[in-house]
Design a protein around this ligand. Structure first.
Ligand SMILES: Cc1cc2nc3c(=O)[nH]c(=O)nc-3n(C[C@H](O)[C@H](O)[C@H](O)COP(=O)(O)OP(=O)(O)OC[C@H]3O[C@@H](n4cnc5c(N)ncnc54)[C@H](O)[C@@H]3O)c2cc1C
Length: 381
């Protein structure tokens, strides 16, 4: 079959590769001038530092098949994400752990003492938390909530944590030991030469043609047997029911000599600091040495039609509009919506890859049976 994939990010690359290996002819278009989608990395011309152009990306997964898959296309270097935060005039370790608690309260508690202490300051009058704020107050009480969640969340989401659902803060955000590894996953790492060469290797197949600087137009789909769409779901329908809400990010890039902040990610919890965090990109490649350094100050705001959509908002209004777009999509013929934009969900890279693999498998099964490939391999709702 002749298959068109819109978007040369991870979704497009992984689906394209699987289908090419099964013998199909694959064309991938992307409106940008590079492959890799939001995972794109490139070396900074001035300092030679590897820069994560659309914000930092750390690979972490428990999915062994996905881990084996990515390691086939590049070498992964060991990397642990250790995040710090500047709040109320001090630097603390995140996620909140025994060090953070002892430092914040000027104590020397052992794990069980800290557990008891945190339980005593949590708001026990809140039984079934409905909002983000209630969830945080129940788990950690007002001091740690103010220092580590309130201001940061207001900046990130542009609204009060009283307006956000409790589900955003799912698990107890506290560790009663000194483990400051941000992720729990079994496999964690960073591709030695960045993500773009890894995705380039995935796309390197005789049956795959990639066309950059090429935005999709409806006529483009005509010569193809099936289209996989990893662009915005509402964009496919020319936004005719309105625009699904996103947050976007502005990155204020600056370069310095030496080591600017001593770590890769420094959050800023105070409300009066306008940015959410500073990322220093050479610390994402700790095995490299550079005299210069590249940092991004990261600002979050509401996404306009001219911006890059980053985080889907998925509040009540957006979910209602999403349901209408899903109904439209399900009426469409010959197109499957995939990836973070096509299904309007935040997806980590490992989940994106897992879903892309499963989508390709599902397509091949439908093709064998002669049945119709659905509009969504994974429900966006
Ligand atoms: C700020 C941020 C930080 C993140 N950090 C991490 C992290 O640390 N670890 C992690 O695992 N995941 C992280 N992620 C998630 C990761 O970025 C996604 O999993 C991944 O980018 C999803 O790939 P995709 O192919 O679905 O989408 P994308 O990467 O967005 O690719 C879609 C592509 O489609 C193209 N396109 C869109 N519309 C059209 C059109 N009309 N015509 C032609 N081309 C089009 C776009 O140009 C883009 O290249 C982060 C995401 C964000 C927003």
């Amino acid at each position: 079959m002749n298959i068109l994939l819109v978007g040369a990010g991870l979704s497009g690359a992984v689906i394209g590769r699987r289908l090419a290996e099964a013998g199909h002819d694959i064309t991938i278009v992307d409106g940008r001038d590079h492959i890799g989608g939001n995972c794109h990395t490139e070396r900074d011309a001035e300092t030679d530092v590897m820069v994560h152009v659309y914000g930092p990306h750390i690979f972490h997964t428990d999915d062994e098949e996905v881990w084996t898959y990515v390691n086939e296309f590049t070498t992964f270097m060991p990397y642990k994400n250790r995040v710090k935060t500047t709040s109320q005039g001090q630097v603390f370790s995140l996620p909140i752990n025994l060090h953070t608690i002892n430092q914040y309260y000027g104590k020397t508690m052992r794990p069980d003492e800290a557990r008891e202490f945190i339980a005593s300051i949590g708001d026990s009058s809140i039984e079934e938390p409905e909002t983000f704020e209630e969830q945080a107050l129940k788990f950690v009480g007002p001091d740690l909530y103010e220092a580590f969640f309130k201001g940061y969340t207001e900046k990130q989401w542009g609204c009060s944590p009283t307006e956000l659902p409790a589900s955003i803060l799912k698990r107890l955000p506290v560790r009663f030991n000194y483990d400051d590894n941000y992720f729990f996953h079994k496999f964690q790492g960073m591709p030695e030469n960045g993500y773009t060469p890894m995705i380039e290797a995935i796309l390197k197949h005789d049956k795959i043609t990639v066309k950059l600087n090429t935005w999709y137009t409806p006529e483009m789909g005509e010569g193809f047997d099936h289209v996989f769409w990893s662009g915005p779901l509402d964009g496919f329908f020319d936004y005719k029911l309105g625009r699904l809400g996103y947050r976007t990010l502005d990155f204020e890039k600056f370069t310095e000599r030496g080591d600017y902040q001593g770590c890769a990610v420094m959050n800023y919890g105070d409300r009066d600091v306008p940015f959410t965090r500073i990322t220093e990109h050479k610390h994402f490649s700790p095995w490299e040495e550079h005299e210069g350094t590249v940092c991004y100050r990261e600002f979050s705001r509401s996404c306009t039609p001219d911006d890059i959509p980053y985080y889907p908002i998925r509040m009540v209004d957006e979910k209602a509009m999403l349901a209408d777009y899903v109904a439209l999509a399900e009426e469409s013929e010959g197109v499957t919506f995939v990836g973070r934009l096509g299904t309007y969900r935040y997806l980590d890279m490992d989940v994106t890859i897992r879903e892309a693999m499963d989508t390709a498998t599902m397509f091949l099964e439908h093709q064998e049976k002669g049945s119709k490939m659905p509009a969504f391999a994974v429900s966006p709702q």
